[in-house]
Design a protein around this ligand. Sequence first.
Ligand SMILES: Nc1ncnc2c1ncn2[C@@H]1O[C@H](COP(=O)(O)OP(=O)(O)OP(=O)(O)O)[C@@H](O)[C@H]1O
Ligand SMILES: O=c1[nH]c(=O)c2[nH+]cn([C@@H]3O[C@H](COP(=O)(O)O)[C@@H](O)[C@H]3O)c2[nH]1
Ligand SMILES: NC(=O)CC[C@H](N)C(=O)O
Ligand SMILES: [Mg+2]
Length: 523
Amino acid sequence: MSTPTTSTIVILDFGSQYTQLIARRIREFNVFSVVLPCTTPLEKVLELQPKGIILSGGPSSVYDDAAPKADPAVLATGLPLLGICYGLQFMTHHLGGNVVPAPAREYGHAEVEVLQQSALFHGLPQTIDVWMSHGDHAETLAPGFQIIAQTKNAIAALANEDRRMWAVQFHPEVAHTRQGMELLKNFVVNICGAEQNWTPAHFIETTVARIREQVGPAGHAICALSGGVDSSVAAVLVSKAIGDRLTCVFVNNGVLRKDEFEKVQRTMREDLHLNLIAVDSSERFLSKLAGVTDPEKKRKIIGNEFIAVFDDESKKIFEAEKSAGEEIAWLVQGTLYPDVIESASVHGPSHVIKSHHNVGGLPEDMKLKLIEPLRDLFKDEVRRIGRDLDMPAEILERQPFPGPGLAVRILGEVSSDRVAILQEADAICTEEIKKAGLYRQLWQSFAVLLPVKTVGVMGDQRTYAYTCAIRAVESEDGMTADWAPLPYEVLRSISSRIVSEVHGINRVVYDITSKPPGTIEWE
Ligand SMILES: Nc1ncnc2c1ncn2[C@@H]1O[C@H](COP(=O)(O)OP(=O)(O)OP(=O)(O)O)[C@@H](O)[C@H]1O
Ligand SMILES: O=c1[nH]c(=O)c2[nH+]cn([C@@H]3O[C@H](COP(=O)(O)O)[C@@H](O)[C@H]3O)c2[nH]1
Ligand SMILES: NC(=O)CC[C@H](N)C(=O)O
Ligand SMILES: [Mg+2]
């Protein structure tokens, strides 16, 4: 996703939980960076014309046979190289040093003493507080390397400045490593010489140019548009590139929120002036979902049906355009980086947490080719780009809503009755959160329908009905989240309104689980 006019830093991922944070930190000082699986062949890496390469951390030990490996040629390109944790160990191991289990493992805070001046530590104090997370260490260095910093237990940093290689055992990308940003900036800006020009305006300009080239002068694209932040920004970007050769397709998958099918159509046409087709496929989705209770199965079914609908619609549009000899070959999606990392389809060493319908849920024989202009970004970065595109705040500030919609918030079987119950409960939850002025500060707030019936008493009558859980979380990027301490009065009004207004629910509970260990959605 790089462009020739932007300096790019490539991060090779060995499966660390923090890899995406490295990318994020680098973009925070306006340099573009992209994460690739560690197994990416060198020529693919070099196609991006990177200014430098970073080797991430990872859960394995380099001396294990099954440990993830990068192409060793990556260590001999002459480009500046920074190894972080496993990255340090990988460099040492493959360049002739030795890595073994450390006598004293280090997790959490450590104090590092800088032993030798180095471009990597430029402007940093003699002692730095860092965050460590390792059980192995470099016992002997690879030829040409020197120790440039240490903790009381272990080597903290190495360098072979002649070969432009540096490595740190600690994690400069985490907030607990104070001066971590400065260290990364020393590498990226001073050592690699990357230009700090990756701004939203630059992103918009280069992305629009690239999409225009990709689609060609006569090509057509359809955009899977949900009305959410990501697909709306993606649609506006692509329509800037190819104008009315973009047709947006909004699908009613039967598990949208109350009145959403009508509302989204209105905003997308009236506020964003997009060329939109709205397809009501609710029966088709609900019949495929009938009897299915397994969360991953639900996600896969929805992912497959989405693509089937997009294929059908593209054929119809194709028929209409055929006489003009034009082709629709592209499907635009608003996929973001967190969707990709959780589905983990590209990052061999990481675990699959859940298959986001638009990534892991895609069928293998899909005919349309993908355009995903936001695939490397986080949501707050996308909102920034939307603001630069002058999109209305009301669209940009919408809380995320997953593509598999209420299907992953109805635990157990999804039926039209249950969808109707949850739509009502969810609408009340959103209304009360908005009334309390909390909508924008929460990452998400919603209702979940549990397949658990409990006994209640209403108006002297026994009831036996479903339980509804309320989930409200605070988060920066959806990767980690904290349950929100909603005021009791808000919880009280949500609960009493749901029980009295929604037929089928007689009990409301509040979810007080963070992510991790929970996820935001219940499935
Ligand atoms: N009902 C829908 N109709 C068409 N496309 C959809 C629909 N729901 C989801 N998609 C596609 O799946 C992608 C992922 O959905 P996701 O919910 O992550 O993003 P979003 O809806 O664009 O933004 P947000 O995260 O703010 O809801 C969307 O960007 C869009 O391309
Ligand atoms: O478009 C989407 N398709 C999906 O399949 C999907 N699953 C989860 N989400 C959203 O991603 C964020 C993280 O969710 P979890 O903590 O539940 O994994 C939260 O914001 C979720 O709402 C999805 N979005
Ligand atoms: N965080 C890391 O990269 C850890 C590397 C290696 N698994 C170790 O424990 O030393
Ligand atoms: Mg959405």
